[in-house]
Design a protein around this ligand. Structure first.
Ligand code: ADP
Ligand code: ZN
Length: 319
């Protein structure tokens, strides 16, 4: 048996799975919430105990890791996490290799999810695709000529901070009118909160008059129920994402865009606005399709399996 361990360090969640090389079902699988005051140390501690309980004394052949933040994929060093303190320059790959005595590959979650969707999901059989996650943030990962394209510093695919409205509101990155500033769940909620005076009855009722309770999910629920402010904010987000996708299509001409993350559950109209805007933004000669991700929350974990399988000779021989 050749065991592959897959790890997913998310902003709020930690997940680990074990699979037989080549198999498509988890042998063991566990998901935990990060404690409220989590830092790199506590997350690592939880992950270590998850791994030990999952492999049950067996020695895995390789470890693949999806990390929610920028990573140097060649060295396995985490640069930082925007959500969890203490991750600055942590050599995560090396720590795991030392503890478990097997090769460990680390990459950021969008790149890894792209790999997962390419290998096992909505991108199967596509030579070139761009995966985008629209959730708490917006991130992207490339597969070009069948392989991940990370860019010189691992920063390729940052569609979240592509500017689509230069006069727009300021984003956490310091620039104005980024895709993420328009389309992410928390920013849509913020947009509604800042304009609550114009808020409709439906939104007001959904949060019982307490605007602090607005979330991206509630914005999309209210939009579907017909609330005008919610519709304005949600579909402006979809528009911003569509402009970003259309520009990316012009520049690199991938076959397919795969969209994952919770905001993609915002309903048919949201998808329609994204698709129409992307088509309108791209040149008429540039064709592509835009489809939902197939692996859901497990895309980073399956991508971590693919990462381990791709990078570790041990596994290729066994597979
Ligand atoms: P995470 O992806 O960080 O684990 P969630 O999936 O719960 O967290 O939500 C991420 C963001 O997506 C939140 O801002 C949430 O409000 C938003 N969201 C969740 N469901 C929907 C939905 N159906 N439509 C629009 N936004 C949503
Ligand atoms: Zn930005």
């Amino acid at each position: 048996m050749t065991l592959i361990v897959a790890l997913d360090f998310g902003g709020t969640k930690l997940a680990a799975g074990v699979v037989n090389a080549g198999a498509r079902e988890w042998l063991h699988y566990e998901r935990r919430l990060s404690p409220p005051n989590a830092d790199a140390k506590t997350d690592l501690e939880i992950m270590r105990s998850l791994i030990h309980s999952l492999v049950q004394g067996a020695k895995p052949a390789a470890i693949g890791v999806s990390f929610g933040g920028p990573v140097d994929a060649t060295t396995g060093v985490v640069r930082l996490s925007h959500h969890v303190p203490g991750w600055e320059n942590i050599p995560l790959g090396k720590l795991l290799e030392e503890e478990f005595g097997v090769p460990a590959k680390v990459d950021n979650d969008a790149n890894v999810a792209a790999l997962g969707e390419h290998r096992f999901g909505a991108g199967k059989g596509y030579e070139s695709l761009f995966y985008i996650t629209i959730s708490t943030g917006v991130g992207g990962g490339w597969i070009l000529n069948g392989k991940p394209w990370r860019g010189t510093e691992g920063m390729a695919g940052e569609i979240g901070h592509m500017v689509v409205d230069p006069q727009g509101s300021v984003c956490l990155c310091g620039k104005q009118g980024c895709v993420e500033r328009l389309a992410s769940g928390p920013y849509m909620a913020q947009e509604v909160q800042e304009n609550w005076q114009r808020g409709g009855k439906i939104l007001r009722e959904l949060v019982g008059g307490n605007w602090e309770l607005v979330t991206g999910k509630i914005v999309s629920e209210a939009a579907i129920m017909g609330d005008e402010l919610a519709q304005e904010v949600l579909y402006r987000g979809a528009w911003g994402l569509g402009v970003g996708i259309g520009n990316v299509a012009n520049l690199v001409n991938p076959q397919r865009f795969v969209l994952g993350g919770s905001v993609t559950k915002a309903g048919e109209k949201w998808w329609e606005v994204v698709r129409k805007t992307a088509q309108k933004t791209a040149l008429p000669e540039v064709s592509f399709d835009i489809v939902p991700a197939a692996l859901g929350d497990d895309a980073p974990l399956w991508g971590a399996v693919a990462l381990a399988e791709t990078n570790c000779e041990v596994v290729e021989k066994a597979g």
